[in-house]
Design a protein around this ligand. Sequence first.
Ligand code: ADE
Length: 268
Amino acid sequence: MKITVLSLFPEILRGFFESSIMAKAVERGLMSYELVDIRGYATDKHRKCDDEVFGGGAGMLMLPGPAGAALEAAGSGRRPDGSPGARTVFVTPSGRLFNQAYAAELAREEELVLFCGRYEGLDQRIIEKYVTDEISIGDYVLSSGEVAALVLVDAIYRLVPGVIKGESLAEESFSPMGEGGAGLLEYPQYTRPAEYATMRVPEVLTSGHHANIARWRLEASLAKTIAYRPELLAPAAGLPEEVRRLLRKLCAEGSSYEPDTEDPGRAD
Ligand code: ADE
């Protein structure tokens, strides 16, 4: 997959692409990237990229000229033969809310262009001509699109086949059950020593009894999901009947997120 990120501050992004798992994915030929300075497409002598909003209002808007030229060069919009260009994301707090299913969808693209907003946003004509997806990473406002773009890139590229080991992906939050990202929050995990600061690891996890461990983890996942993200458990989430049954039991017990150390094999 190739990711092109257009920004007025590409240096904010460089460290991410040159480090850690992304650097390895690039080295292995699974990923490639390009960081484009939108200011490089400004034509006046001050390299101006923003102006006031027509109709009045606070703040400045990104100019269509440099933004459009940068997007055109990145392969967004229609190609000369009329076919659609690269899938192009405008990162904005007024976009569609990002989630794991959306990340999985974008991870299937061969090529992605991300446009980072600054100031009050981008001239609407550029959005209409070049942008296929307006995406927000959450219900809060960041001062720049770069940080949000990195959140998208990180969530997307790790789902590209080969970038991360399959087992690690299969077990994490937001994937264990159901298609396309519907799932439970991940259960608590522990490593050595079995006792730390007088706190012991739940017995069941050191018992070697795989069925009981699986059951404890499922209960802990459900309890945590009830406490932090109850909306994930709505009937529409399509949880398997076994999980629904456990959920009813936990609700009847008035569950709060306190994974106990009792062996759940004896709990029924
Ligand atoms: N830019 C500023 N805030 C943002 C958000 N919440 N999501 C995406 N882009 C943004």
